[in-house]
Design a protein around this ligand. Structure first.
Ligand code: HEM
Length: 413
């Protein structure tokens, strides 16, 4: 184990008790040791737990860079894993579909997908697994559709999404590289098919106006046709964009649905309250769930220069985990942080919690997942008023993820 400076305590996010529920560990950190150091994975890293420290790091990308990737592994600087102008322009290409107008246009189709899945789940009931039968497939369907991947291929897509998530966070770098190669091959087939469509139409150079005309109107076509700093994206950039959107939009939204229903049903008076006034309580419940049970417990940065954080000198080129889950339970930022409360203010929560990160790398998919889960909650309130928990749940795999992998419920109908 590395010799740690005074005031820094070892941190092992993979320790059995921390994995099962990290919140007692966060409470200890908030009472006097806001910075930790981990040797638990292949790559060592520092960890920040305090709300102000995490937020300050998010807002200072010149010191806390995403250029070496946002996991504990040092990755190539590309696409979302970059800083400054490069990153701003890259992100803008894919953010268009997630603008307020974009989200409003997506809502009817998302509602339709949710209704179909709910009908299937009801047909299977009365006891079902909310994770397998609803919360997992819905975001996969939505992201597949936005990417432009049709039909049964969404099963392959989910497989790659899970493999990436399971291996990106530093258990084994070698396995991560294998998975990365597999995902690249998957997207290459789709990119090649689009270039073949352009060739068949006699087009030599893709242009933005080909999206939705010669090519389907989706993210794969955006990756091919968009202008980026006076050129087109190269193959590696196209792959990293599609991978980021795939992984970003899947497990996180699944976890938001399972975490939220778990907390509401665990204490039936909460579900009653949401049912009694859905317009008022659905938005609060979503934001409180994001704060209380943040689906992404943390992402990483790399220090570009020596910096003092929470009174500790950290050298340049160090990996640092920004622990969103802990920051959102910091008593210095939220009253009574370890209670799930529906009497908080939804707008205040949405502005302050860090479940979607913040700053220039803040989640561009936040409006989509808020819309998606809002649609789901309305459907559940209308169609499943008597739903209850049916058996104990299980946590999802991976220290950086926090969601229910099994959530048996009784649909009550
Ligand atoms: C409840 C759902 C979601 C949660 C909790 C979540 C969480 C996050 C967080 C914490 C970050 C910041 C990462 C960092 O600071 O390094 C992030 C970034 C990102 N998310 Fe999400 N996300 C969700 C949904 C989505 C969806 C639906 C999409 C797209 C389909 C998406 C795509 C992305 C992308 C591409 C980034 C990288 C942005 C950048 O580096 O500029 N996310 N997400």
């Amino acid at each position: 184990m590395t010799d740690l400076p005074p005031g820094v305590h070892p941190y092992d996010p993979t320790a059995r008790d921390v994995l099962e529920s990290p919140f007692a560990e966060y409470r200890r950190r908030h009472s006097g040791c806001p910075i930790g150091h981990s040797d638990a994975l292949e790559m060592p890293f520092w960890a920040l737990f305090g709300y102000d420290d995490v937020r300050a790091a998010l807002l200072d990308p010149k010191t806390f860079s995403s250029r070496y990737g946002t996991t504990p592994v040092f990755q190539k600087s590309i696409g979302f894993f970059s800083d400054g102008k490069e990153h701003t322009h890259f992100r803008a290409i894919f953010r268009k579909r997630l603008s307020p107008e974009g989200i409003a246009a997506l809502q009817p189709r998302v509602a339709d997908m949710a209704r179909r899945l709910l009908d299937d789940m009801i047909a299977k009931g009365p006891v079902v697994d909310l994770h397998d039968d609803f919360a997992l497939p819905l975001p996969v369907h939505v992201v597949s559709w936005l990417l432009g991947i049709q039909g049964d291929e969404f099963v392959t897509l989910k497989h790659w999404s899970d493999e990436l998530m399971d291996n990106a966070f530093g258990k084994s770098n070698a396995r991560f590289l294998e998975v990365y190669a597999g995902v690249c091959a998957f997207f290459d087939q789709h990119l090649d098919a689009r270039y073949a469509m352009l060739t068949a139409a006699g087009i030599e150079e893709a242009r933005p106006e080909h999206v939705g005309t010669v090519l389907p109107d989706d993210w794969i076509s955006d990756a091919i046709c968009a202008d980026y700093l006076g050129r087109k994206l190269n193959r590696d950039e196209q792959r990293i964009a599609l991978m980021g959107l795939l992984v970003g939009g899947n497990e996180t939204t699944t976890s938001l649905i399972t975490n939220l229903m778990w907390r509401l049903l665990e204490e039936p008076s909460r579900w009653e309250l949401v049912r009694s006034d859905p317009d008022r309580f659905i938005p609060v419940a979503i934001e409180e769930s994001l704060r209380f049970d943040s689906p992404s417990q943390g992402m990483f940065r790399t220090t570009l220069c020596p910096v003092e954080v929470a009174g500790i000198e950290i050298a340049a080129k160090q990996k640092l985990m920004l622990n969103f889950g802990a920051a959102n339970r910091d008593p210095a930022a939220f009253d009574d942080p370890d209670s799930f409360r529906l009497d908080r203010d939804a707008r205040d929560l949405s502005r302050r919690h860090l479940a979607f990160g913040g700053g220039v790398h803040g989640c561009p998919g936040a409006p989509l997942s808020r819309m998606e889960v809002g649609v789901v909650m309305r459907l559940f309130v209308e169609q499943l008023p008597e739903v209850t928990l049916a058996a104990p749940s299980q946590r999802s795999v991976g220290y950086n993820l926090w969601g229910r992998r099994k959530l048996p419920i009784n649909l009550g109908r």
